[in-house]
Design a protein around this ligand. Structure first.
Ligand code: NAD
Ligand code: ZN
Length: 250
């Protein structure tokens, strides 16, 4: 199976990757389904919604500040680094991610499309104000502040610049992702349940336009039925083996 995946990748002309929460599990960032501990009483699907934010912005901000703090301490893992390496080798042309954790960027991926936003960015609920807390250097101060965060421009409530359940995806990113999928002759799908639309259309487009689908996931997903090669394995281990085989083929 690994051998077959390595051959397909090495022979591909325009390969792309599509990732979900599972690729970051080995970095210590829990998937929503793998949630436990402090937030056990809540379902993430009930916190990551516009309704929840309207009802109780304090609760939703506590959840996001907790995740921001957890994610800023997380480091990219072997799978994130392998994708960056495949891009350097000019095998992989882009990474499309549903993750908000910045770990692909941290690993050095350059052509990155973030379909669900980024947890380190905030935006105003009224005006066009946006801020990247990593870049502005205000993250520590922001996380310590016990008050609800307010817009420095107009004083309205700030919100995380991520896509919540029930919200549309950013148009530019989605169009770009669909274009890449139409062009790709191979897609490497890693750690996604493949049930959240419209993102889950991306591997389907590749398949329908004659491309190959390689999937890495320790469990079957919504993508598995269309996968040409399914590697039932955690992302880090699978990518390490794959890189080793590709290295021997080239
Ligand atoms: P999801 O729907 O993408 O499902 C996670 C998938 O990862 C599952 O299919 C699971 O079998 C698989 N998985 C678990 N461990 C893995 C491993 N070690 N290697 C490879 N695959 C593994 O994600 P979700 O948790 O249901 O989240 C729903 C939405 O919230 C998605 O858009 C997701 O990207 C986002 N989210 C993002 C992050 C993040 O940025 N790291 C974390 C949680 C949720
Ligand atoms: Zn504002």
């Amino acid at each position: 199976m690994i051998e077959e995946a390595a051959k397909l990748l090495a022979r591909s002309r325009f390969a792309i990757a599509f990732t979900g929460a599972g690729i970051s599990a080995e970095s210590g960032v829990p998937t929503f389904r793998g949630f436990n501990g402090l937030w056990k009483r809540y379902r993430p699907e009930e916190l990551a919604t516009p309704e929840a934010f309207r009802r109780d912005p304090y609760l939703v901000w506590s959840f996001y500040k907790w995740r921001m703090d957890l994610i800023r301490k997380a480091r990219p893992n072997r799978a994130h680094y392998a994708l960056a390496e495949l891009e350097k080798m000019d095998i992989l042309k882009a990474v499309i991610t549903q993750n908000v954790d910045d770990l692909h960027r941290g690993a050095g991926t350059r052509n990155l499309i973030e379909l669900h936003g980024n947890i380190f960015r905030v935006r105003c609920t009224s005006c066009d104000y946006r801020e990247n807390l990593k870049e502005s250097g205000r993250m520590g101060e922001f996380l310590q502040d016990k008050e609800l965060p307010k817009c420095p421009k107009c004083g309205s409530l700030l919100r995380p610049d991520v896509v919540w359940f029930g919200e549309p995806l950013p148009r530019k990113e989605l169009e770009e992702a669909f274009k890449l999928a139409e062009r790709a002759d191979l897609i490497l799908v890693i750690g996604t349940s493949g049930v959240v639309y419209p993102a889950a259309y991306i591997p389907q487009i590749v398949k329908e336009t004659g491309g190959k689908v390689i999937e890495i996931n320790p469990e079957e997903s919504g993508i598995t039925p269309i996968a040409d090669v399914f590697l039932r394995c955690p992302a880090g281990e699978a990518m390490e083996k794959l890189m080793d085989r590709i290295g021997r083929l080239l």
